[in-house]
Design a protein around this ligand. Structure first.
Ligand code: FAD
Length: 453
């Protein structure tokens, strides 16, 4: 598996015979590092991907970093990195929502969301990267090694997720929305015990719907379709517990996938009994002991560029650059958008690769995508500054499906959130969705995991 980084050899940038091919290092082979490696290799550069785990370990010996659903618009950005291999198998196009056990409403999306095991998507991309001549170096990169790598490459991207080397990049306090985690998280991937599809007649007549169940005191639970790397079509349970709640206490007790599922079952009987029978009928995926995760995310935006001790250029990518609470599913989407734009920009950038260029690229990414995603996340977290906005959406959604469609469109295209300050803004925004055709909910999946691996 381990291949060694290329050195500056005789290779040359296509179309410019006088210029040696530029070399790029990427540290961290999660979904963002793997995507960047493939996209930048295809853009014509020498790329080495450094990973503290082997390719096999990345796929089979770690939990997925997150659910990483791509809600609509980000799918077209992601498809510029690599065409869609998963199609309708992992797609869904509606959420059935309940608030405090009260009225429920269906929110038909204006797009199809896609929920693919991030380990599968990353592994597919690493495979293509290697097939197309990329180098994979298996080693944990420490500060000294980072200094050496940065000295040997034109630029070094750091895509090591939320911790560790991320600390090389100072926190941008102005852009960071919170300084503490906002929810305690528990997630587990499961499948129906009888192998069939899952319907929620207590909540919705829709054939293939995700659920968003909200309890104002305790937090939120998302239940939705998921393409598991081995088991194929599956479901994910994803809980967001408010600190100090019974749910938080329960989530902290999870110690494996079976106990995580039991905790969700008990929580549904207590808070969301209309769908408890269906949650009871789910079972864990025995072949994957890493199919669950618990913890909390401190939402953090970092400065995009840093220097090693010897002055090597470091640029942050993915969760290293912007880490958001997952409640609005923005993290992996932002990573895909950032990588696709970066590959386009560098392909067309014959000039200096310097701090100024990468700061400008990130500032553009922040204004167009990062800031709206951070704000949409605050809205879905029920931040007090969005209280009137959230109340207006929920107040209308039971009567007017366009309100649900508009609300969930913010997961796909969060930009309009910046103009939502009160009731009138919501009314205007919802009106733009009235009479629109929404996406048709995906048909039940017919394929097995072997199609994908
Ligand atoms: C519960 C949950 C649900 C989520 N749901 C969604 C969603 O629905 N939609 C969405 O868009 N996003 C979602 N997210 C966010 C999404 O999962 C992340 O944004 C994304 O997976 C981050 O990918 P990454 O590659 O930046 O980081 P990571 O996946 O953390 O990858 C970092 C990699 O770097 C490696 N590494 C670390 N340090 C070193 C080192 N020193 N040397 C070498 N390698 C190193 C690690 O081993 C790891 O492989 C969710 C997150 C959570 C927690």
């Amino acid at each position: 598996m381990t291949q060694h980084p290329s050195t500056h050899g005789p290779s040359e940038t296509p179309g410019n015979e006088a210029t040696p091919r530029r070399s790029i290092a990427i540290v961290g082979a999660g979904i963002v590092g793997a995507s960047a490696a493939l996209a930048l290799k295809r853009a014509g550069f020498d790329v080495t991907l450094y990973s503290e785990r082997t390719r096999e370990e990345l796929r089979d010996a770690v939990p997925a970093t997150g659910t990483a659903i791509l809600f609509g618009d980000s799918r077209s950005h992601d498809a510029r990195i690599e065409g869609d291999r998963y199609g309708a198998d992992a797609a869904f196009a509606t959420s059935a929502v309940t608030v405090n056990g009260g009225p429920t409403f269906d929110a038909p999306y204006d797009y199809e969301a896609q929920s693919v095991d991030v380990r599968l998507r990353a592994d597919d991309r690493i495979g293509l990267f290697l097939d197309e001549g990329g180098s994979f170096a298996h080693r944990r990169v420490d500060d000294a090694e980072l200094d050496r790598i940065a000295g040997e490459n034109d630029v070094t991207f750091v895509a090591t997720g939320k911790g560790g080397l991320a600390e090389r990049f100072p926190v941008d306090a102005e852009r960071s929305p919170y300084s503490e985690p906002q929810r305690y998280l528990l997630t587990v991937t499961v499948r129906p015990a009888d192998g069939g599809d899952v319907r929620f007649p207590g909540r919705t007549e829709n054939e293939r719907s995700a659920l968003l169940s909200i309890d104002a005191e305790e937090g939120e639970v998302f239940v939705g379709p998921y393409l598991h790397k081995d088991a194929g079509p599956a479901w994910v349970l994803l809980g967001f517990a408010r600190f100090g709640s019974e749910s938080e206490k329960a989530y902290r007790e999870a110690r494996d996938s079976a106990s995580a599922l039991d905790i969700f079952r008990a929580q549904h009987h207590r808070l969301f009994p209309d769908v408890a029978p269906q949650i009871d009928a789910l079972e864990v995926i025995d072949s994957d002991e890493y199919s669950w995760l618990k913890g909390a995310v401190t939402p953090t935006v970092r400065r995009p560029v840093a220097r090693t001790d010897s002055g090597g250029l470091l640029v942050s990518l993915g969760d290293t650059a912007i880490a958001v609470d997952p409640i609005a599913g923005q993290g992996a989407q932002l990573g895909a958008i950032q990588v696709a734009a970066l590959a386009d920009a560098l392909r067309e950038q014959p000039g200096e690769w310097d701090e100024e260029l990468f700061t400008r690229l990130f500032d553009t990414h922040w204004e167009r995508h990062g800031k709206p995603s951070v704000e949409a996340t605050s809205l879905f977290l029920g931040d007090p500054k969005y209280a009137e906005v959230v109340g207006s959406f929920f107040g209308r959604a039971a009567e007017n499906p366009a309100a649900g469609t508009a609300l969930f469109d913010l997961l796909s295209v969060p930009g309009p959130v910046l103009g939502l300050r009160g009731e009138e803004d919501v009314v205007r925004f919802v009106r733009t969705f009235e009479g629109r055709r929404t996406a048709v909910p995906a048909a039940s999946p017919q394929v097995t995991a072997s199609t994908h691996v």
